[in-house]
Design a protein around this ligand. Sequence first.
Ligand SMILES: Cc1cc2nc3c(=O)[nH]c(=O)nc-3n(C[C@H](O)[C@H](O)[C@H](O)COP(=O)(O)O)c2cc1C
Length: 171
Amino acid sequence: MMHGGLVIKDIEKAQDFSTTTVALITSSSDDRINVMSAEWTIRSSIEPFMITIFIGYERGSYEMIRNSGEFGLSYCSERQGELAHIAGNYSIRDTDKLSAYKFSTFPSGRIRAPLIENAICAFECKVESEFRVGDHAAFNGIVLEGYYSDGEKPLVFHGGKFHHIGDVIKH
Ligand SMILES: Cc1cc2nc3c(=O)[nH]c(=O)nc-3n(C[C@H](O)[C@H](O)[C@H](O)COP(=O)(O)O)c2cc1C
């Protein structure tokens, strides 16, 4: 049976067909620095400029963001698929990802956590509030600073794999 041109009913599989970007979320707490991948990030207010990120309670990053009240977001360029894979598949609970792998960082201006070099854009955020969404914590961040690189293209996450962005659609 067809449903408006869509054929199959399956909530989890349907999610796989949506498309997101990947941000490398950096945090710093108790003299440790961490990086994790997050596809669930979105601008959530125009004025003040805010971004909300959704972080699983079991992530090492959850405690670090909770303790420090800050986080960095570095949106991956298409050249950073390997970093997104590492940051999203290893935990600070077992691995010091920033030291063990090739993450190049630069110091933030307004938060303690550094940002990731060669991202397409990056933001420094201060946690304004936190709330629970099912099994994830939503951190609402006030954006203190933003950076971008004109020469980079974004990494696109679709169907569980990283992709390059396509051509502009003319209309
Ligand atoms: C592409 C990708 C996107 C991800 N997005 C999220 C996300 O939005 N929120 C989340 O809690 N975990 C997300 N994860 C899983 C975390 O990055 C992963 O559990 C990571 O190991 C947590 O690291 P930490 O324990 O050092 O904080 C994602 C993983 C990948 C590979």
